[in-house]
Design a protein around this ligand. Structure first.
Ligand SMILES: N[C@@H](CCC(=O)N[C@@H](CS)C(=O)NCC(=O)O)C(=O)O
Length: 118
């Protein structure tokens, strides 16, 4: 009898502490690295950074201001040797500029590229 009471007291909890909805929660985690080349006073750069920030994405920002050799290096990594900023790379692959990034996001493709579902 005493052991039954012990069981009831300690192991049978009528109010589960874990809410069942937590089990169905969908979490997203960033699985890709993002690099963005920028100039300081560039509205397209701000807009692209704003999109990344609004999605809570982490990125490496390379500020090119006045650094022409670094800009040339960026250009050689792009498709078509683009020199405009921003230029965005996901896992090292050239994604284009600000407009391209927003188009990717609008299509849902950005999420597919940067998030892994867990
Ligand atoms: N459509 C481009 C526009 C980018 C753009 O025009 N950036 C300006 C700076 S705000 C630039 O790089 N201008 C110099 C150049 O095109 O060589 C994008 O969405 O990224």
């Amino acid at each position: 009898m005493a052991s039954n009471n012990l069981l009831q007291k300690n192991f049978i909890n009528p109010k589960p502490r874990i809410n069942a909805s937590i089990l169905f929660m969908h979490s997203k985690t960033q699985s890709a690295s993002i690099t963005i080349y920028t100039w300081d006073h560039c509205p397209y750069c701000r807009k692209a950074l704003g999109l990344l920030d609004s999605k809570g994405l982490k990125y490496t920002q390379i500020k090119l201001d006045g650094d022409e050799p670094a800009r040339e290096e960026m250009s050689q990594r792009t498709k078509g040797n683009r020199k405009s900023v921003p230029q965005i790379f996901i896992d090292g692959v050239s994604m284009g500029g600000c407009d391209d990034l927003h188009a990717l996001d609008a299509d849902g493709e950005l999420d597919k590229l940067v998030y892994a579902s867990i």
